[in-house]
Design a protein around this ligand. Structure first.
Ligand SMILES: C[S@@+](CC[C@H](N)C(=O)[O-])C[C@H]1O[C@@H](n2cnc3c(N)ncnc32)[C@H](O)[C@@H]1O
Length: 846
């Protein structure tokens, strides 16, 4: 359980990322979209002021992908027709949720049947179905678009179910194809995993689920996930997403992935005997068993859910980001252990962002990395082999080889974009180049419709290069094969250490070429590049921000919209209670720093990470809740505030994360950590809270982990009392049904306590519902009553789950007699924990 709401700020970010919405065109679509003048209804909007659907045609796009041979000529129409249709909704059941089996059973036994009967009469298409290639029926495809779900009255019950479960954190709405990359990583529970470009976190969530897969309640896996993203606001979305998972094995960082720190101890720092005792053998530097490299890209695989890409799409998008993609991937390879696996993926169909990048990795790594043939893995997933032939298109001209590229364009076109990857012989072209630049008019921009009329080399006239690498082992998922989006995936295996200097060698050329922004005249680009070079902000890789920013708009897995709720708790000690808004210096979007890497201040925009060493605090918590020694607290608790007297939240970190932190301290805090561990304890702020014997309450997020180790302040409740608590939020001791429970509750110390649903009460009649972990909630023992400390939404969900489990008995909490005291009265009059309860209630109300 735990608060799963979203703050107002976050709601704004979410709504800005809405997909498939109708938008008022900023300018006449015909200005930017050749399709608008080409029989495209949408483009013919006579009334510029009216709301128009997105145009779903772009002639440059057509020409480009026909030329690249992404699909055969015979399939072209089916491919395009599918791309123009809205994307059906897909979602995943979070296997870490306590109720995942209940939810799966509800989908299989209830919705799959009722929706089918209601909507698809006589039709063979299923209304909803599990994705055959996803393990254990955990991922689902629905044949309804998000628009249909929102608008169709008859789908209301299903839509409400999706919204509630999504908000609670029991399901995650995620594009089906975006679920694929983590499945090819072969992650094990003891693996150290780096998710290089992780926000908003859909795949991070999957990775965490996998490492937690076989852990028992109350225990933690040996592995960990570091989820990194350049964009601090998107990092906050990721923190929010993953907060729904009870994990102490996650670290969120905010770096340019291509510069991700290696945290390598110098020889002098590395005292073998000391390290041997304190750190695992791999932690003299940061190396990973698995790396997910889901890079920023042009995002044209998401056209179905982000139709504005039709208008924006041009060949410069892919060409412009190719260099950055190589840099990120190469950094990933260098951080990968020998023997480790890296998945490179994009939500773009463009070979320049896909096969060309993979080929360049293989070229640079010179035999130390191999491209794996994974054709036997996930056999039910329909995919196409990667291409070995493709061409480069620059400014409306097809180029088959780098030698065809005019000198003036060699800043923007890179040898690595071509299948052979070969550069021309290194000749000094500076004089020729100067002449060419003087004579040329470089103001025409690429791909604009007017350019289409000029004679260009036809794609078929070119003598194509063919890559010597087995790129057919890459996978391209195309929309019409499975009625989904498009994705590209390559699985790489590091078989030996990289030759020294591999990563740095070619960066300068790529840094410049990746800085190409479509439509910018060469001089302008050069100037921009020079300006950046001289500006303080520019690092060797600073280019990424600009290019990534353009690509960000298009990148997949945009956060989903839905009704929102707030709750406290990301890892920033200074945050306001919503848990999403980072400290003000971090989030100053108005100052233009919206998508910037935060570098200001001593801690570069984030709060310090500090091990909680205050024995008094630790002992008071330990004694109050009777936490047994087998649950180690010392060296596992961290705060984000160096002044222990002002600590608000205490986070629990796994053994692996603890070791990582120790290493990070030793290397001078190279890692910029925005979030770490699991929020376990929170300081009481209400008047009554501060006078309780223990100043810290157990947080909802941390409760499932610590529950088996709590021996004091914990009581078992009958189903009736448990339900009443969820229903009325606060109950006087005298109103509790079970007299023994009432007596015990009155004898608890004032302050936070844990109420566990007595196990034999429910679920026994349903053989599908075998649950190991008990159902428990945090409560507050006040002067004369018990009050729940979970959000209204969580209470609602728990009540519904209990009701479903007890269905054979047809018991309904709503039909039962109400205790004599109303929850509101209790909250106001008894004033138990008034502030906290009020805060929870307000949060729940959004
Ligand atoms: C395709 S999205 C990642 C989606 C994510 N893996 C998921 O499944 O939710 C690409 C991400 O890369 C981030 N990004 C862009 N440039 C970056 C860079 N140089 N280093 C790290 N992240 C970057 C963007 O902020 C964006 O969140």
């Amino acid at each position: 359980m735990g608060g799963r709401g979203r703050s107002r700020t976050q709601r704004r970010h979410f709504s800005q990322s809405r997909e498939n919405v109708w938008k008022r065109p900023k300018s006449d679509p015909a200005d930017a979209n050749p399709g608008a003048d080409d029989g495209n209804d949408a483009g013919k909007a006579a009334d510029k002021g009216s709301w128009q659907p997105f145009a779903t045609q772009n002639l440059v796009f057509d020409e480009y992908y026909k030329g690249q041979g992404i699909v055969s000529q015979e399939e072209w129409d089916a491919f395009m027709e599918c791309l123009r249709k809205p994307l059906p909704a897909a979602f995943r059941i979070n296997s870490s949720s306590q109720f995942w089996m209940d939810i799966r059973s509800q989908l299989e036994n209830d919705f799959a049947k009722s929706l089918q009967a209601e909507f698809i009469e006589g039709d063979e298409v299923e209304a909803i179905r599990p994705l055959a290639w996803y393990p254990e029926n955990l991922a689902w495809h629905s044949n309804f678009s998000r628009m249909q779900l929102r608008k169709n009255q008859a789908l209301e019950r299903f839509h409400e179910f999706l919204k509630l479960e999504n908000e609670i954190g029991n399901i995650t709405r995620q594009e089906a194809v975006s679920m694929v990359p983590p499945l090819f990583l072969d992650v094990q529970p003891d693996h150290f995993v780096l998710d290089m470009c992780a926000a908003p976190g859909s795949k991070t969530f999957q990775l965490l689920e996998i490492i937690h897969r076989s852990t028992k309640p109350g225990s933690l896996p040996k592995g960990m996930v570091i989820a990194n993203d350049l964009d601090v606001q998107r990092c906050n979305l990721l923190i929010h997403q993953t907060k729904r998972m009870c994990t102490a094995n996650l670290v969120v960082t905010n770096h340019e992935a291509q510069q991700f720190p290696g945290c390598r101890l110098s020889k002098s720092q590395f005292d073998t005997s000391e390290m041997g005792n304190q750190l695992g053998p791999c932690l003299n530097q940061l190396l990973f068993d698995r790396v997910l490299c889901d890079v920023p890209c042009s995002g044209d695989g998401t056209l179905r859910k982000a139709p504005d890409i039709w208008r924006k799409w041009n060949t410069g998008m892919g060409n412009g980001i190719h260099g950055l993609q190589i840099q990120i991937a190469m950094r990933g390879i260098s951080l990968l252990k020998v023997g480790g696996r890296m998945v490179y993926s994009t939500c773009s169909m463009n070979p320049i962002e896909d096969e060309a990048v993979v080929a360049e990795i293989l070229r640079k790594c010179g035999g130390c990395v191999e491209l794996l043939d994974v054709s036997s893995e996930l056999p039910q997933l329909i995919r196409r082999p990667g291409l070995r032939k493709w061409k480069v298109r620059d400014r409306g001209t097809w180029l088959a080889s780098y030698k065809d590229c005019p000198l003036s364009r060699r800043g923007a076109v890179n040898p690595s974009m071509f299948p052979s990857g070969s550069s021309v012989e290194p000749v000094d072209h500076s004089v020729e180049l100067e002449e060419e630049q003087q004579n040329s008019h470089t103001t025409s921009s690429e791909d604009l419709p007017v350019q289409l009329d000029k004679p260009v080399t036809s794609a078929n006239d070119l003598e194509e290069e063919v890559s010597g690498f087995p790129l057919e082992r890459c996978m391209r998922i195309v929309p019409h094969d499975q009625n989904g989006g498009a994705f590209f995936i390559a699985v790489l295996h590091k078989v030996g250490p990289l030759p020294v200097g591999t990563v740095e060698k070619n960066n300068s050329h790529q840094a410049k070429s990746s800085f190409h922004i479509d439509g910018q005249p060469d001089e302008a680009q050069d100037k921009l590049f020079k300006d950046m070079k001289t500006s303080e902000d520019f690092s060797a890789n600073g280019n990424s921000e600009k290019v990534a920013e353009a690509a960000l708009e298009a990148c997949g897995d945009a956060p989903q919209e839905g009704p929102l709720e707030t709750d406290s708790g990301n890892a920033c000690e200074n945050d306001n209670s919503n848990g999403v808004e980072a400290p003000s210096e971090q989030n100053d979007g108005k100052a233009g720093g919206k998508r910037k890497l935060q570098m200001q201040g001593k801690w570069r925009g984030v709060d310090p990470v500090v091990f909680l060493q205050d024995e008094d605090v630790i002992n008071s918590i330990k004694n109050f809740y009777g936490i047994v020694d087998s649950f180690p607290l010392s060296n596992h608790l961290v705060t984000r505030n160096s002044e222990t007297t002002r600590v608000k939240r205490i986070y629990y970190v796994s053994e692996s994360v603890k070791e990582l932190l120790e290493l990070n301290f030793k290397v001078g805090q190279q890692l910029k950590i925005t979030s770490i561990g699991l929020k376990m304890f929170e300081r009481q702020t209400s008047r009554e809270g501060t006078s309780a014997p223990c100043l810290f309450r157990i947080s909802s997020e941390g409760l499932p982990l610590i529950l088996p180790y709590v021996t004091k302040q914990i009581l078992e409740a009958s189903v009736a009392d448990f339900k009443h608590l969820l229903q009325y939020k606060s109950i006087k001791f005298t109103d509790l049904v079970d007299a023994e429970f009432s007596e015990k509750a009155a004898k608890l110390m004032p302050g936070c306590c844990v109420i566990v649903l007595r196990k034999d009460n429910i679920g026994s009649s349903n053989p599908n519902l075998v649950h190991e972990s008990p159902i428990a909630i945090g409560c507050w023992r006040g002067k004369a009553s018990l009050s729940v400390m979970v959000t209204a939404l969580d209470c609602q969900e728990l009540l519904e789950r209990l009701l479903l489990r007890m269905e054979p008995a047809k018991e309904s909490p709503v039909q039962e007699s109400k205790p004599s005291i109303d929850a509101n009265e209790v909250n106001n009059s008894d004033c138990d924990m008034a502030e906290d309860v009020e805060e929870i209630r307000l949060n729940a109300e959004g």
